[in-house]
Ligand binder design. Structure first.
Ligand code: XMP
Length: 319
């Protein structure tokens, strides 16, 4: 008889067996997957675990502060807040190719993890919240040819020469199972219900070159959009929603002046496991109200579009 309780006990046993008395660092992104992995591993090995939250400067509005506060205050799991925005944004300067972005970010994550593996006194293991769909999607697309669609930084991006072994206790699970495991571990409901957020963060929601100015605009627009979704009670009906800031400026008119600002695209999908997805059927009223709010409240955007592509043929993220 298979239950999450039994799965949890078995996972804890396996982690202890794999790790022994070695030290482990766990990359924490603030998402459900890495948080569940961290809490699970902490139950298994206690203070042999240190979490590392890599703030790459590509998080959403207030996200870094919220994640750090939650882990320090609620869980009492030792946590390093690595503020590496300059490192990541510096390396991404002038980069517009999506795969180069992903690989650059993946490489820097490893660098930062290796640095902190040393700083905690020599961690032998790196833990990650890799899920089953991450594993298969980085090798082949379901039903399609065996090609890499995207380099997931927490799978394909890991260099062989990395001096750490991996602990990936969620590698056999789908998202809904990770959420069930999270409930079993006592994580708060509002946290378990959070939409997925990709490791490369806003970098892959800002097609083309990334600048701090663009990231600031994107953060504000995304916050307004998510606020709209929550106010309309739609958050839990949607698998994932975000704004992508498009690398194109368009002409508009506001008051009695001409504007020449960025266009953005709203994305919202329903899905069971992220492998396939349908765009969310918002009402015209919702879309109109949201577009008006974004244009009024976010300086730098004067045009809002809605992405009605399903997956396949689109992917959920734009890069
Ligand atoms: P795509 O865009 O491939 O995304 O349809 C499927 C799901 O995976 C998330 N995603 C990532 N998650 N590292 C992650 O941890 C990544 O590199 C990555 N790329 C995409 C995406 O947000 C969606 O939920």
């Amino acid at each position: 008889d298979w239950t999450m309780g039994a799965y949890k006990d078995e996972a804890i046993r396996k982690i202890r067996e794999q790790v022994g008395d070695a030290r482990v660092i766990c990359g924490l992104s603030g998402g459900v997957d890495s948080s569940v992995a961290a809490v699970l591993i902490h139950e298994a090995i206690g203070d042999q675990l240190t979490c590392v939250f890599v703030d790459h400067g590509l998080m959403r509005q207030n996200e870094a502060e919220e994640v750090v506060a939650m882990f320090r205050d609620t869980y009492n799991i030792p946590l390093i807040h690595a503020d590496e925005a300059d490192l990541f944004l510096g390396a991404l300067e002038g980069v517009s190719d999506p795969e180069v972005k992903r690989k650059t970010i993946g490489r820097l994550f490893i660098e930062v993890f290796e640095k902190h593996a040393k700083s905690v006194g020599g961690a032998e293991f790196l833990a990650q919240g890799t899920l089953y769909p991450d594993v298969i999607e980085s090798v082949s697309f379901s039903g399609g040819p065996s090609v890499t669609i995207k380099s997931h930084h927490n799978v394909g991006g890991l260099p062989e020469k990395m001096g750490m072994k991996l602990v990936e206790p969620l590698r056999e699970l789908f998202k809904d199972e990770v959420r069930a495991l999270g409930r079993e571990l006592g994580l708060p409901a509002h946290f378990i219900g959070r939409h997925p957020f990709p490791g490369p963060g806003l970098a892959i929601r800002c097609p083309g070159e990334i600048t701090r100015e663009k990231l600031e605009i994107l953060r504000k627009a995304d916050a307004v959009y998510i606020d709209q979704i929550r106010k309309h009670g739609l958050y839990d009906a949607i698998w994932q929603a975000f704004v992508a800031l498009l690398p194109v400026r368009t002409v508009g008119v506001m008051g009695d002046g001409r504007t020449y600002d960025y266009a953005c695209a709203l994305r919202a999908v329903t899905s069971v496991d992220g492998m396939t997805a349908d765009y969310y059927p918002f009402t015209h009223e919702f879309l109109g109200e949201t577009a008006t709010r974004i244009i009024n409240e976010v300086k730098g955007i004067n045009r809002v579009t809605y992405d009605i592509t399903s997956k396949p043929p689109g992917t959920i993220e734009w890069e």
